[in-house]
Design a protein around this ligand. Structure first.
Ligand SMILES: Cc1cc2nc3c(=O)[nH]c(=O)nc-3n(C[C@H](O)[C@H](O)[C@H](O)COP(=O)(O)OP(=O)(O)OC[C@H]3O[C@@H](n4cnc5c(N)ncnc54)[C@H](O)[C@@H]3O)c2cc1C
Length: 310
């Protein structure tokens, strides 16, 4: 019989690594399971994380893994998880290699996967001059013309956020009509709108050239897009946890999901009062810490038949 870990932390990005650190410091036995795929893989530099602004994302993870070496109760398993079964106190985690990990609690930190709009050339520039988050990759485009690809109701706010960064903002609707209220907000803000279909994007003199049907290319420093995202790990769907309309796992302020014994943190999870997950490296790490601490307190209480304070 394999040993039963206190916690199986599934996912070794910033949420999972921080969760493992918090649990390791409390001498919890932890199996940290992950693969070598991370959401910010396409980006060469990570921004908006104190002390690490502009460093490669992999450098932070390497430093975090080095930190974990100090905690002998944390075991790292480089493996893809394909199934989680069982219940509080007796979860069974199965990996793609057929290995089985038993754990009293499960902390999910498997992240999300992005699907970009279907524009030729976009994927090649994703994480470089094509980005989705102005907080992460806006400042690098300061004083340059910046594009927003999209036509939905979020576009005016996005344009307003970029106002102090971009020298000029151009909304590219890729052939879609704008809702009249969206159009009037953009007109009022003086934002240029191009409604022609986008034929493709290529690396350009300023950063990126957007090729529009029948007109000269629009030369931009960078382009913001709104990718669709979904859970990166297929097994998460089978857990039947309560989810938001967008597909995020709903958690309480302590990272507890709707199923006893299962916690979630990072991009996969949405906390109360928020319209969406707060997707950044720092918020994922913070959520990992909170969920791990909640998990540890729950284990400590259950070991001695104590009631957790409300
Ligand atoms: C292009 C791009 C650039 C970004 N730039 C920034 C930035 O500059 N600053 C910033 O703060 N944020 C940035 N972000 C957002 C940031 O990447 C995420 O918010 C952050 O990575 C979330 O951390 P996480 O731990 O939840 O998920 P991830 O970092 O994606 O980690 C997920 C983990 O789960 C594992 N996993 C997935 N499926 C399985 C499975 N079946 N079995 C086992 N393990 C599994 C993966 O291997 C990985 O270890 C960027 C995002 C993108 C797309």
């Amino acid at each position: 019989m394999t040993p039963t870990y206190d916690v199986a932390v599934i996912g070794a990005g910033s949420a999972g690594l921080q969760a493992a650190l918090t649990l390791g410091r409390m001498r919890r036995t932890v199996a940290l399971l992950g693969t070598d795929r991370y959401r910010n893989d396409p980006a060469a530099a990570m921004h908006n994380f104190l002390g690490h602004d502009g460093t490669p994302p992999a450098a932070l993870r390497t430093a975090a893994r080095n930190d974990l070496d100090r905690y002998p109760t944390v075991e790292t398993v480089e493996s893809e998880v394909v199934d989680v079964a069982g219940s509080t106190g007796a979860f069974v985690v199965r990996t793609s290699t057929g290995a089985v990990v038993r754990a009293r609690r499960v902390l999910l930190a498997t992240g999300v996967a992005d699907t970009l709009p279907e524009v030729p050339g976009l994927a090649d520039l994703w994480g470089d001059v094509v980005a989705h988050c102005p907080y992460c990759h806006g400042f690098e485009l300061a004083d340059q013309p910046v594009g927003i690809l999209g036509s939905d109701a979020s576009v005016p706010l996005r344009a307003a956020m970029l106002e102090r960064i971009a020298s000029r903002t151009v909304v590219l609707t890729d052939g879609s009509d704008l809702d009249p209220s969206v159009r009037s907000d953009l007109d009022r803000m003086g934002v240029e709108v191009r409604t022609q279909p986008v034929a493709g994007v290529v690396r350009g003199r300023l950063g990126i050239d957007v090729e529009l049907d029948g007109t000269p290319s629009v030369e931009l420093g960078g382009l913001f897009v709104g990718p669709r995202w979904e859970q990166a790990a297929p097994f998460v769907h089978r857990l039947e946890l309560d989810r938001s309309e967008q597909g995020a796992i709903l958690v309480d302020a302590f990272g507890r999901t709707s199923r006893a014994g299962i916690f979630a943190a990072g991009d996969i999870a949405q906390a109360p009062g928020l319209p969406m997950p707060l997707a950044s490296v720092l918020t994922a790490a913070a959520a990992g810490l909170v969920a791990a601490a909640a998990c540890d307190r729950e284990l400590a209480a259950s070991d001695h038949g104590l009631l957790l304070p409300a």
